[in-house]
Design a protein around this ligand. Sequence first.
Ligand SMILES: [Zn+2]
Length: 87
Amino acid sequence: MPKPQNIDAPIVMVDHASLTRFSEDSAYKSECPICPNGVLLIYRENGVLQRHDRCVSCGQQVFYLDEAINGEPLAPFKRTPDSSEIS
Ligand SMILES: [Zn+2]
């Protein structure tokens, strides 16, 4: 299997609310803003929505800037090696 094309691309900061929902039956899944057929699924850790996500098709990493998705709060911002890009 070839390596996804955007797996090493710089992380993209997005508002989840600004993305197109992938289907009407999910308030979470979004169309990838980078590639034509990609999907962003949203990850949970211990039931909490995570800010980091990755396109299942092109491998592009995204970081959600929203306070909440579908009324559900996202994990709080925390310092990461990526934090210099968040400001
Ligand atoms: Zn993609």
